[in-house]
Write a protein that binds this ligand. Structure first.
Ligand code: NAD
Length: 275
């Protein structure tokens, strides 16, 4: 079975549009981009397009790539104070000279629709999430849509980043899965991955996960976005792994669209909480 994130995200966006329409609210998202990295610009454009589609206002703040941390913090501080802005998204990665931790921590927690602020990550860890980071939350929504059971399942996550691996582990723990987090220092990764009923890869290496690393009947979620010979591919060798998996997400069209839909849902949530 192909887990069609594009179709599920479309359905969720349509539903959200109706809910926003009926709410009488006009949520607004501010995006902050520092520099002109083409991939970041593309992601921000996609987010603005999604906003338009569901009835969320969006403001794009563009800061020159050679700016200081102070300049970025000033911008965030203005958005924190702006009562018309419900959600703030800082597009990562930031240029090297910017202190990313300081920037993430500067976002007002009630407007932190990316869920990367330590307070929001802490709430998620404590089992009482306010905003869960969009990619892992989007994966939970995708699995739920396909009625894939989670409680009691063995979930193995490859990658321990703040935006994917760690919050994914917290969401899965909160949903009663038995969770293993693997990373670059994990010994015998293949053996760990083969234990998975649900395998989630967020490594960022093209076609790294091969058929022999996947248990027969496993559900495979591919978060990776990599360039290979001019094509966009995931971490998972899709053609090989689909022969053994019971369900698998494609790249593109799997996790990516779910991430954007979740950002819209988080922004609406922020608007309902503030008003
Ligand atoms: P990251 O670089 O911050 O983290 C990568 C993780 O992979 C690290 O924890 C590292 O320990 C682990 N890793 C690296 N090599 C490994 C190996 N050989 N074995 C086991 N673990 C290994 O990356 P990230 O931000 O978590 O993103 C991961 C991938 O997911 C990237 O391709 C990124 O583009 C993609 N991504 C996609 C979405 C989406 O919406 N689809 C969102 C975020 C990230």
């Amino acid at each position: 079975m192909i887990l069609d994130g594009k179709a599920v995200s479309e359905k969720r966006l349509e539903f959200l549009k109706e809910v926003i329409g009926e709410s009488g609210l006009y949520p607004r998202l501010a995006t902050v981009i520092v520099g002109n990295d083409p991939a970041s610009q593309m992601y921000v454009r996609m987010k603005h397009r999604a906003c338009e589609r569901v009835g969320i206002g969006s403001v794009g703040i563009e800061i020159p790539g050679d700016s200081t941390t102070k300049k970025v913090l000033e911008s965030i501080s203005g958005l924190n104070r702006d009562a018309d802005i419900n959600g703030i998204l800082v597009q990562l990665p930031l240029p090297e000279q910017i202190d990313t931790d300081k920037v993430i921590t500067a976002v007002k927690t009630e407007k932190d629709v990316d869920g990367f602020h330590p307070t929001n990550l802490g709430l998620l860890m404590s089992g009482k999430p306010r905003f869960a980071p969009c990619t892992p939350k989007g994966i939970m929504n995708l699995l739920e849509d396909y009625r894939i059971p989670i409680a009691g399942e063995r979930v193995v996550i490859a990658g321990r980043s703040i935006d994917v691996g760690r919050p994914m582990a917290a969401l899965m723990t909160n949903a009663d899965a038995t969770v293993t987090v693997c990373h670059s220092r994990t010994r015998n990764l293949s053996a760990e991955l083969r234990q998975a009923d649900i395998l989630i890869s967020a490594i960022g290496k093209a076609h790294f996960i091969t058929q022999d690393m996947v248990k027969s009947g496993a559900v495979v979620v591919d978060v990776g976005i990599n360039q290979l010979n001019g094509n966009l591919v995931g971490d998972v060798d899709f053609d090989g792994v689909k022969k053994v998996a019971s369900a698998i997400t494609p790249v593109p069209g799997g996790v990516g669209p779910m991430t954007i839909a979740t950002l819209m849902e988080n922004t609406f949530l922020a608007a309902t909480r503030i008003s």
